[in-house]
Design a protein around this ligand. Structure first.
Ligand code: NAI
Ligand code: MG
Length: 367
């Protein structure tokens, strides 16, 4: 059998800087854990525009469709602000998500104990927190028709439509139940069934899918109540599944419970491929951070944690993902901090590469 394959798309700004550290970690798993990947690398975003006049070539798109997992850094930057909308760096990322049909966006909110003080919430509320929000990513109000701004009588009317088909709800619900099965077997579905018909259907379909997962304890919550519960006592949750709009807000809210943008990974999953693995794109939540690009200040942990998610969800290597996350916990406990993780007190920060070095040393020590 051939090795599992990864396509790396570093992108722009700090994307290539953090991805350099991820590549070292991928190589380490190959050398020390026998997890050998076929790794290829290509351009996306502004970097692809500079080379080819398009933020994603057809060849790169075809490669992304063929590999087991795509790992992306970040795209965009002020240099490209003048470009026409059709060739903006972000279009490369949107094309990947759309053509790979990545409908389940997984956003973990995981609190590393060493950073619990960093949260705006009380330490006891966030320490040990480990939840995942599954956001439907390809349908709902951001895509529904009719939409637009029309004239009605003597005023303008802005229109967007929340529309969900049964099959769209079914497939994202299945992704969430599968995830819950690998975790604490607890799933909370959030919508507004009290005021939205699409929410009534959402609740019905999720309940029906739940019959295929009798081991998972399914609960339902109105999304506004969910926002309150997430800030009051987030540890009551394990996996949350919700639609595109509520998921956009709730995943940002949940992510900030744990601190810095430089720590947040994500996965976007689609339908299972012939080999049973889901189509998958892993990327940090942050952007290309032009304000710190090229200065060795970027925190590589968000991108490294995205690779840990790939180990877990694309490569059935959950124990190795645990090892990687534990190594990150270790270096944070030792006090290593990139500038974004520094509080008031004057600890000297480490560079992007310094953080990579320390994580590799912790991995080595874990053997
Ligand atoms: P951003 O996420 O790039 O940066 C926001 C702030 O967080 C900045 O102060 C930055 O220095 C800091 N930051 C972000 N990642 C960090 C890291 N790993 N370590 C330390 N500090 C970090 O968002 P912004 O500034 O709104 O956008 C910059 C560019 O990135 C724009 O062109 C935007 O379109 C693009 N972008 C791309 C995304 C993607 O590729 N998925 C997502 C968000 C923005
Ligand atoms: Mg958002």
């Amino acid at each position: 059998m051939s090795n599992p394959s990864i396509l790396i798309l570093p992108g722009d700004g700090i994307g290539p800087e953090v991805m350099t550290q991820v590549r070292r970690i991928i190589d380490w798993f190959g050398e020390k854990r026998g997890l050998v990947f076929d790794v290829s690398e290509d351009l996306v975003g502004g970097a692809a525009y500079d080379a080819h006049g398009t933020p994603l070539t057809d060849e790169t798109m075809a490669k992304a469709q063929a590999v087991d997992a795509v790992l992306l850094g970040a795209v965009g930057g002020p240099k490209y602000d003048v470009l026409d909308f059709s060739v903006k760096p972000e279009r490369g990322l949107l094309r990947l998500r759309k053509e790979m049909d990545l409908y389940a966006n997984l956003r973990p909110a995981q609190c590393f104990d060493a950073l619990a003080d960093f949260s705006s919430l009380k330490t006891e509320v966030v320490s040990g927190l480990d939840i995942v929000i599954v956001r439907e990513l390809t349908s709902g109000i951001y895509f529904g028709e009719p939409r637009g701004i029309i004239e009605e009588g003597n005023e303008r009317v802005g229109i967007n439509t929340q529309r969900y088909t049964e099959s769209e709800i079914d497939r994202v619900a299945r992704s969430a139940f599968e995830l819950a099965m690998r975790r604490d077997k607890k799933l909370c579905s959030m919508e507004k069934a009290n005021v939205m018909e699409s929410g009534v259907l959402w609740r019905q379909v999720v309940t029906e899918v739940g019959k295929d997962y009798p081991e998972v304890e399914l609960t339902h919550m109105y999304a506004d109540a969910g926002a309150m519960q997430l800030t009051r006592w987030p540890k009551q949750f394990d996996v949350i599944v919700t639609d595109n709009l509520f998921g956009d807000m709730l995943s940002d809210l949940a992510a900030m419970l744990t601190g810095s943008l430089g720590m947040l990974p994500s996965a976007s999953l689609g339908a299972p491929m012939a080999n049973g693995r889901p189509k998958a794109l892993y990327e940090p939540v942050h952007g290309s951070a032009p304000d710190i690009a090229g200065q060795g200040k970027a925190n590589p942990i968000a991108c490294i944690l995205s690779f840990a998610m790939a180990l877990r969800y694309s490569f059935d290597a959950g124990e190795e993902a645990d090892r990687l996350e534990a190594s990150i916990e270790t270096v944070l406990a030792e006090g290593l901090r990139t500038p974004d993780l520094l509080g008031e007190e004057g600890v000297a920060p480490v560079t992007t590469e310094g953080m990579g070095d320390a994580i590799l040393a912790a991995l080595e020590a874990s053997l």
